[in-house]
Design a protein around this ligand. Structure first.
Ligand code: NAP
Length: 313
């Protein structure tokens, strides 16, 4: 086991993790960052980003994350393409172990593990996942050229995915459980203007149907909850965009969390229930969940960790 003593271990590589790394590195704390399952985080599976300040033209999510990474590297962050598999907050310095067999001995930890896509959790969804069902239009939209797909959800992600999919699919059906979207007005306007998109209001997915050999998604049964009617339509693909859950299973029972498993931090702070452990970004935020707010919290976490370490020393 390779032991690495360090000031700050940052777990996660979205805007919160990278920003924390930039600030900690510039404070001469030589932070170590373990990038996790999805290096770059959720922005690596989006396309156009129009609301991250500082760019007059539309930029691409993956590009933005590459630039953040480059900036963090250039100022002195040590990167590890690895996954943290256990943490021990009962002793100081804190011990974290990784999949590749590294052991980090850290004065302070910043948790920036973000959130993961939520699934409908019905049996037939599991069956066709990867065989017609996806949670990432950017990754898989290309496979549905001139075909019919549904997108499930009514938030920004669902509407963005539906719009994106019109570049490939001949028809996109947005399936939403209520009669009102949660998505921003500007996105809703684009959605309603797009002739390839049809919206099925008050509808929930009952079941996905298809062939077993080869595994192919062919239909979906929807229920109109107002009319209490079920009907089955032909589709080729389904994109699930119903929100996210915080990636906190590693920290269960180790820091305080709320009833939805978001890490609780002190007011106007990233301090968790364990002194020296900070949390930033979607892992602790279920209200704003924006790249720019995550980046802001990453900055706060690094500044707070810096002060914590200075007080220790
Ligand atoms: P979200 O805003 O939480 O929306 C989730 C949607 O899925 C809601 O419409 C919800 O329905 C529906 N839903 C949840 N569970 C469901 C279930 N079991 N079955 C069927 N439908 C279900 O999530 P999001 O769209 O992923 O967005 C997350 C955050 O990221 C938001 O703050 C959003 O603003 C942000 N975001 C921003 C951008 C951007 O600014 N360009 C892009 C993407 C995401 P109800 O409406 O009925 O609750």
């Amino acid at each position: 086991m390779k032991k690495i003593e360090n000031n700050i271990l940052i777990i996660g590589s979205g805007p919160a993790g990278y920003t924390a790394a930039i600030y900690a590195a510039r404070a001469n704390l030589s932070p170590h960052l373990v990038s996790g399952l999805e290096p770059g985080g959720q922005l690596t599976i989006t396309t156009d980003v129009e609301n991250y300040p500082g760019f007059g033209d539309v930029i691409q999510g993956p590009w933005l994350m590459e630039e953040m990474k480059r900036q963090a590297l250039n100022v002195g962050t040590v990167f590890h393409n690895d996954i943290v598999t256990s943490v021990n907050f009962n002793q100081k310095p804190f011990i974290s172990k990784t999949e590749s067999g590294k052991e980090f001995i850290s004065k302070s930890i910043i948790i920036a593990t973000g959130a993961q896509a939520r699934w409908l959790n019905i049996e037939s969804e599991k069956k066709f996942k990867g065989f017609g069902i996806s949670a990432c239009a950017t990754c898989d939209g290309f496979f549905f050229k001139d075909q019919t797909v549904i997108v499930v959800g009514g938030g920004n992600s669902a509407v963005e995915e539906a719009l994106f999919l019109t570049k490939f699919a001949s028809k996109v059906i947005l399936v939403h459980r209520r009669d009102k979207l949660r998505a921003e007005k500007i996105l809703q306007d684009r959605l309603f203007k797009n002739e390839k998109i049809e919206v099925r209001w008050n509808s929930r997915v009952v079941q996905f149907l298809g062939d077993n050999n080869p595994m192919t998604l062919k239909q979906v049964t929807l229920e109109d909850t107002k009319e209490n009617k079920k009907f089955t339509i032909d589709i080729n693909g389904a994109f699930i965009a119903i929100g996210h859950d915080p990636a906190t299973s590693l920290f269960k029972g180790k820091v305080d969390m709320d009833n939805e498993n978001y890490i609780i931090t002190k007011n106007d702070s990233t301090e968790t229930s364990v002194k020296g452990v900070f949390a930033a970004g979607d892992v602790k935020d279920k209200v704003y969940r924006q790249a720019v707010t995550a980046a802001g919290m990453g900055c706060m976490a690094a500044l707070e960790a810096e002060k914590y370490i200075a007080d220790l020393d």
